[in-house]
Design a protein around this ligand. Structure first.
Ligand SMILES: Nc1ncnc2c1ncn2[C@@H]1O[C@H](COP(=O)(O)OP(=O)(O)OP(=O)(O)O)[C@@H](O)[C@H]1O
Ligand SMILES: [Mg+2]
Length: 346
């Protein structure tokens, strides 16, 4: 079946996002509203507040996105929505809205796994110069607020998980550290900025599981080590060491990520790599992966910064590719807090 463009909705956590995406990944419009200000005082996302905020914002955002490029519903060939994993109270707002639109407008829709969306984020684009050829297979390192996974991708809906975190995700490690340092929420961006002014050799943090033969990750010990360093310090003293401790902590996370990516890559011959998810915005991670890829003459892909964290464009691109293959979701589709570990596509 032909799908020229879809309207996609992402409400899995605390970002409300709507995008209109064409079949080749061109993002014709995307509007997002984040809720950082309302969650910041709590040091993390409050599920109840997140759900309510989506329900206030979503319909106006859908209307604005259509108006922005003067499209009517006749111009939209199908609908896509994130259906898992995430906060159920957040997911349900997007899901019920999209199912209602699909029903009343008589359009097909598909529910997409949010992590599958992250996999396709490096390949969405806003103008022709940004368009890249999508490799037939690639190794994807997904590093987000809730996930850290290495996945071998051989096509749309064809994923093999090679390794994942056994405790905290990389983004969570950044956020928890930022919270204990009094740097606000979410913390990855701030740590990235502070680290630029610091010495990464000043503190010696562990590199958990860096020498294990598996491709799994662990970040909870790192957080405990950081807590030990600062637990005896006053706020003033913490402030003074912030650049150095941020640089050292960030270096430990990046060392583990890059090392596991290299280890996974050894299983394949010259396969292209991609790094995606919120933490793929990290400047040190980007430069270290790019340096290694250049040395090895590998093709590598990162999402544009606005497509690293949650956005509807990546979900729309994953969805339209599946709709084109004839996949659809039923009106009975419900939200789920979890991914099926072996299957992104359900
Ligand atoms: N420059 C940066 N350096 C490191 N981490 C960053 C940077 N920018 C954002 N992050 C981190 O990215 C994470 C958010 O990413 P994302 O929106 O993909 O996660 P999520 O949607 O909350 O989780 P998931 O996708 O696993 O459900 C946060 O943990 C944030 O601190
Ligand atoms: Mg995400």
């Amino acid at each position: 079946m032909k799908y020229k463009r879809v309207l996609a909705v992402e409400t899995s956590c605390d970002d409300t996002s709507v995008a209109i995406v064409k079949e080749d990944g061109l993002v014709e419009a995307m509007l997002s509203a984040n809720q950082d200000d309302v969650h910041e005082p709590f040091g993390g996302v409050v599920p109840e507040i997140a759900g309510r905020s989506h329900s206030e914002k979503l319909i106006p955002l859908i209307n604005k996105t259509l108006e922005q490029i003067n499209y009517k519903w006749e111009d939209i060939s199908g609908l896509v929505v994130t259906s898992r994993p995430g906060l159920v109270g957040s997911l349900i707002v997007g899901l019920v809205t999209v199912k209602t639109l699909a029903w009343t407008l008589q359009k097909n829709f598909i529910g997409i796994n949010h992590i599958e969306g992250h996999i396709w984020a490096p390949f969405v684009f806003e103008n022709e110069e940004e368009k890249v050829e999508i490799p037939s297979e690639f190794l994807s390192l997904i590093v987000s607020g809730g996930h850290t996974q290495l996945v071998h991708v051989t096509g749309v809906g064809q994923y093999k998980i090679l390794g994942h975190t056994i405790d905290d995700a990389a983004g969570e490690a950044f956020d928890k550290f930022a919270k204990m340092m009094g740097l606000g929420y979410p913390g990855g961006y701030v740590i990235d900025q502070k680290a630029k002014l610091g010495n990464s050799n000043k503190y010696s943090f562990p590199r958990p599981m860096i020498r294990t033969s598996t491709l799994d990750f662990s970040f909870s010990g790192l957080k405990t080590a950081a807590l030990k360093e600062i637990s005896q310090l006053s706020m003033e003293e913490i402030k003074n060491i912030t650049p150095d401790i941020c640089a050292s902590y960030q270096q430990a996370i990046v060392d583990v990520l890059v090392s596991k990516l290299k280890q996974a890559h050894e299983q394949f011959s010259n396969i292209p790599i991609s790094v995606t998810g919120g933490v793929s915005a990290n400047s040190l991670l980007r430069s270290e992966v790019a340096k290694w890829a250049h040395e090895k003459n590998l093709s590598y892909f990162f999402p544009k910064l606005k497509f690293c964290t949650d956005n509807a464009a990546m979900v729309g691109f994953a969805g339209i590719q599946k709709l084109k293959k004839g996949e659809l979701s039923p009106q009975t589709l419900g939200p789920s807090p979890r991914s099926l570990p072996e299957d992104f596509s359900r």
